[in-house]
Design a binder for this molecule. Structure first.
Ligand code: ARG
Length: 459
């Protein structure tokens, strides 16, 4: 059979052009969505009296058959049929005869492809919310198991103040919660139907776009036919949301890589999530964490690529827009891989509490607390800061930590010190002193876990 659009042409398409312009090698991934959209479209054509019921039935049966054939791998897609839409239409016509050619009545590939993409991303967004919830659950699991694990908290990657490891885990739960919110918000815009826009201007047939929307579960139809076929904002939004998810994952990855180093030894990743070295027998490398961190780059690249394709594109459809697909599919796969691995990797991670505790005992992360202690005795904070700065310097010069100082030594720096300073400096007390909403004190973190569990359950 010749090209579906061959009528106007007198020459064969150049073979390189065929290959260059075809999208079938990647848009075959949209086969299910394409048929789903066609089924709703042809049903509407029947309902509106545009096609007789007998034709509608033949086309519907044919589409179901083609779907089965594609699922069984029986359809050989061909580059000369350019894309998934024409490959399916051609197969349909081969199966049921010329009546299959009535399917495309009142429709263009421009509104068709946009509809397919909406259907495709709508499913993916729901799946990603589910996967993020799983990651949140495992983080909450680690938080609950580590409600009394104290670890140095860092700023500038310098020891700052001790915190609960649970608090650190819950920070990521909050980040992923925002990601879920963003995906949900984008769903509103994904859940709109472009079909019925025709090539760009609408169609001369008395179609019912709202009926098609209802069939496909879309909440609304695009208002403007030009916008309907030109809009790829929803893909940009998805790529941007994916980029932030990867940014969040990559920050945790970086911490896992650091924490599992010999220098830190704060955590040990399960053997199942690490790999070895072909030369150094002692190595156990955190490859998954490194690779998720690395793959963040390609997801950002896909976002920038898509934005750049759209820049200055005149309305309405332009072939440039076919470039929306590979980056999107690649992002979906990259994100799926990362999220799938993350939940079990976090769940099986061993937390080395003793090592964390040892770190806290050997630093000055309780220094803020004695400054606050002096403030409690009436000293202005700036002066207290100066006094403690000198005290810390004295400790460093004498190879001591604050808790090693005698009361006599403390009194050299301020006569406001007394015996209870030793209590104030205990890491548990330092942590629990931060008893503000959102702070690291045990009751606050417990409450935060409770609230997060509630939110995650309702997600
Ligand atoms: N394969 C095309 C794409 O992905 C489908 C739309 C083609 N429309 C057209 N007028 N050539 O963008």
């Amino acid at each position: 059979m010749s090209k579906l659009w061959g009528g106007r042409f007198t020459k064969k398409t150049d073979q390189l052009v065929e290959e260059y312009t075809a999208s079938i090698l990647f848009d075959k991934e949209l086969a299910e969505e394409d048929i789903q959209g066609s089924l709703a479209h042809v049903k509407m054509l029947g309902k509106c009296g545009i096609l007789p019921a007998a034709d509608v039935e033949k086309i519907q049966d044919g589409l179901h058959k083609v779907m089965q054939m594609i699922r069984r791998g029986e359809v050989e897609f061909s580059v000369s049929d350019e894309d998934i839409h024409m490959n399916i239409e051609k197969t349909l016509i081969e199966e049921i005869g010329p009546v299959g050619g009535k399917l495309h009545t009142g429709r263009s590939r421009n509104d068709q492809v946009a509809t397919d993409m909406h259907l495709y991303l709508r499913k993916r967004v729901v799946e990603f919310v589910g996967m993020l919830v799983k990651v949140q659950e495992t983080l909450i699991g680690q938080a609950k198991a580590n409600l009394d694990t104290i670890v140095p908290g860092y700023t500038h990657l310098q020891r700052a103040q001790p915190i609960l490891f649970a608090h650190h885990m819950m920070a990521y739960v909050s980040m992923f919660e925002r990601d879920i919110e963003r995906l949900r918000d984008s769903y509103k815009r994904i859940n709109a139907l472009p079909l019925g826009a025709g090539a760009l201007a609408g169609t001369t047939f008395p179609i019912d776009r709202h009926f098609v929307a209802e069939q496909l579960g879309f909440e609304r139809v695009y208002e403007n036919s030009l916008d309907a076929v030109s809009d790829r904002d929803f893909i940009v939004e998805f790529l941007s949301n994916a980029s932030l998810i990867m940014a969040h994952l990559s920050r945790l990855c970086e911490e896992l890589v650091l924490w599992s180093s010999t220098e830190f030894q704060f955590v040990e990743l399960d053997d199942a999530f690490c790999t070895g070295s072909s030369i150094m027998p002692q190595k156990k490398n955190p490859d998954v964490a490194e690779l998720v961190r690395g793959k963040t780059g390609r997801v950002y690249g896909n976002l920038v690529g898509m934005l750049t394709v759209l820049k200055a594109l005149p309305l309405a459809y332009n072939k440039d827009m076919q470039e929306d697909k590979e980056g999107m599919f690649d992002t979906v796969r990259t994100l799926q891989g990362a999220l799938q691995l993350f939940a079990p990797m976090i769940a099986t991670m061993k937390v080395n509490r003793d090592r964390m505790r040892q770190a806290v005992n050997q630093d000055f992360s309780n220094a803020t607390d004695i400054a606050d202690y002096l403030v409690g005795k009436g000293l202005p904070f700036r002066q207290a800061h100066e006094v403690i700065g000198k005290t810390v310097l004295y400790c460093i010069q004498n190879k001591k930590y604050l808790l090693d100082l005698t009361l006599q030594e403390f009194l050299q720096f301020s006569e406001l010190f007394d015996d209870n300073i030793y209590d104030v400096l205990q890491p548990e007390n330092v942590v629990n002193a931060r008893n503000v909403y959102g702070g690291t004190a045990t009751p606050q973190v417990s409450a935060a876990i409770g609230r997060a569990e509630e939110t995650v359950r309702s997600n």
